[in-house]
Write a protein that binds this ligand. Structure first.
Ligand SMILES: Cc1cc2nc3c(=O)[nH]c(=O)nc-3n(C[C@H](O)[C@H](O)[C@H](O)COP(=O)(O)OP(=O)(O)OC[C@H]3O[C@@H](n4cnc5c(N)ncnc54)[C@H](O)[C@@H]3O)c2cc1C
Length: 313
């Protein structure tokens, strides 16, 4: 199948790639193939070729929110790598393979407000829509007008409402066969100093997540206060609650997570919801650490933590 794909413009195919190279954790075994589709035609062709093989298929973006198994993925991994960013007044049309930070920088350069709080969130736009990424009290869903995706048969466009965005959730998390290819976001012309607002956010973020850190940001989602069992809810101090959510780190810290380690896997000693690979860690060690943290929080508080990271393989 790969031979046939070599002739298609904007499609790049790699055989048996080690997925650790494509994830920020630098963990994960090989896939049978990696296909990078740079435009919609290439994506359709790549999809068709994978269908012919009967192999399982996984979609990834920048690999910043992924835990890939040590045995890798027994199929084809697909990335949509189109990265155009085009402004039309206060609306920006962006392809899913654009680096989110490039979009943030481009919007700031245009004097358009809305994306500056996303400064420093790694990954690509498609992954950010999939997980409704956000920070500092804002999420991407506040800006999305529409999303275009490929459903295996053709391309469709859906509105913000149809994306069913919630905290770190979207319809794309439930429809794994849908591939985001682009989105239209509505920003707002502003005279504020967006550049310095972004710079101060980046400074804080770089101290928390040094750019070379092999990690996925927060491992677990924060918890909606309203979803917590009543006795737990009543015990959470007011000053811990942020926008109706309780940080998972609050419970993890009390469960003794900070500084835990297993081989090259560590929980940061300054942030209980941050696990990183100091170099050479395995997915097995990482998953064991995640299980242990979930077990501790469950035993102590009766709460189920839910991973924000996504698993492949
Ligand atoms: C240091 C650090 C800090 C972080 N801070 C934040 C933060 O503040 N806020 C936040 O929200 N996140 C944060 N994250 C998590 C991560 O950056 C985001 O989730 C990001 O949006 C993931 O994008 P990605 O391209 O890397 O996706 P990947 O990790 O490659 O994939 C994540 C999921 O998205 C799906 N996906 C990717 N592209 C597509 C597509 N085109 N169509 C359909 N599905 C797709 C994949 O199937 C996968 O399930 C952080 C991560 C790190 C490493």
């Amino acid at each position: 199948m790969l031979f046939r794909l070599l002739a298609i413009p904007n499609l790049h195919a790699y055989v048996n790639p080690t997925l650790a190279r494509y994830t920020r954790f630098e963990i994960g075994g090989p896939a049978r193939a990696l296909l990078d589709a740079g435009d919609e035609n290439a994506l359709e062709q790549a999809w068709g070729a994978i269908e012919e093989t009967g192999w399982p298929r996984a979609v990834i973006g920048g690999g910043t929110n992924l835990v890939v198994s040590d045995t890798g993925f027994p199929g084809a991994v697909l990335r949509y790598t189109g990265r155009s960013i085009e402004f039309d007044g206060e609306v920006v049309h962006v392809a899913a393979g654009a680096v989110l930070q490039d979009l943030v920088d481009a919007a700031i350069a245009q004097g358009l407000k809305g994306l500056e709080t996303m400064t420093g969130i790694p990954g690509w736009v498609g992954g950010a829509i999939y997980g409704n990424a956000g920070a500092y009290g804002h999420s991407l869903h506040e800006l999305v007008e529409s999303v275009r995706f490929f459903d295996g048969r053709g391309f469709q466009e859906i509105s913000n409402g149809q994306c069913e965005f919630r905290y770190r959730e979207s319809v794309f998390k439930r429809r794994k066969d849908w591939i985001v290819v682009s989105a239209a976001l509505r920003l707002k012309k502003s005279t504020e100093d967006l550049r310095s607002a972004a710079a101060s956010i980046l400074k804080i973020r770089n101290a928390k997540y040094p750019p070379e850190m092999r990690c996925a940001g927060s491992i677990f989602k924060n918890l909606l206060l309203a979803d917590l069992p009543q006795p737990v809810r009543a015990s959470v101090p007011e000053n811990v609650i942020r926008e109706g959510k309780v940080p998972s780190a609050y419970f993890l810290e009390q469960a003794g997570a900070k500084g835990m380690e297993d081989g090259a896997i560590r929980v940061a000693d300054y942030h209980a919801n941050l696990i990183y690979n100091t170099g050479g860690a395995s997915a097995h060690q990482l998953r064991m650490m995640i299980c242990e943290l979930k077990r501790r929080v469950h035993d102590q508080f009766g709460i189920e933590l839910e991973e924000e990271v996504q698993y492949i393989g």
